[in-house]
Design a protein around this ligand. Sequence first.
Ligand code: DON
Length: 303
Amino acid sequence: MDMDQLLAQVVQDIEPQIGSGVVADYIPALAQVDPAQFGIAVALPDGSVHGTGDWTEPFSLQSISKLFTLALALSENDESIWPRVGREPSGNAFNSLVQLEYENGIPRNPFINAGALVVTDHLAGVVGDAADSVLDFLRAEADNPQIDCDDDVAASEAAHADRNLALAHFLASYDNIRGDVPRVVDQYVRQCAIAINCRDLALAGLFLARHGLRRDGSRMLSPGQTKRINAVMLTCGTYDAAGEFAYRVGLPGKSGVGGGILAVVPGRCSVAVWGPGLDKRGNSVAGVAALDRFTALTDWSVF
Ligand code: DON
């Protein structure tokens, strides 16, 4: 299979969808992004990367960061996060508060905001600063020391963080945030505000296709842990659209309101797509369409 040709075909097929959807505006800095951009990159197990379109243009990582904090929290065989967060789809919006009270402060999964705040708090307890830890990981896996937090996006999100602060304070009332709440939310905001492009994101996600092995060959996660992260991505990675995403794409995937999605074909590749226009559930319209075409053309899926 000629991957460059295949990616060109994907982009041609989804051309009418590029620019559709609505750019996230509840974080004002994201509302400035031109919606008519699209990029896709595929990283293969040997570390080579193929890409097309705006695949070297940085975008806001946002909720895709939740995947990296979870992987870092689980690394070195630390499973102690699980009593604090579940593994079921929530069926609710990513920033919803409603389930938390009647489920006693245990978020449904690590990828909704409540669950990610718990994971960030846990990781901060181990490494000090969860956002710095994610940055170090992304830089190492992409071999790109330039990856950094976008301070304007972080400041913009911090100025509109009432909902995440409310979630974190509520979690703290159940002793499920143990650090200082504003500090945990600050780290969460900075991990979300990391700017990254499709090339680097595909490389950073390759450990999930390589059964837990990092770029340098060291083991980050056991094959079993990697399987489980991929499973949680499949069932919870695109929120209340996870069923539709599995139906259309058939791969574990994690989306962010910056318009990026990272998908994994275990054993074969990682795929990063980016299109800033979102559907009602906060997933990239062009990104989902591209992954749909990618799995149709390659016949690569987990099903
Ligand atoms: O906390 C938030 O609302 C954002 N920093 C991240 C949300 C997000 O990316 C949801 N993804 N689709």
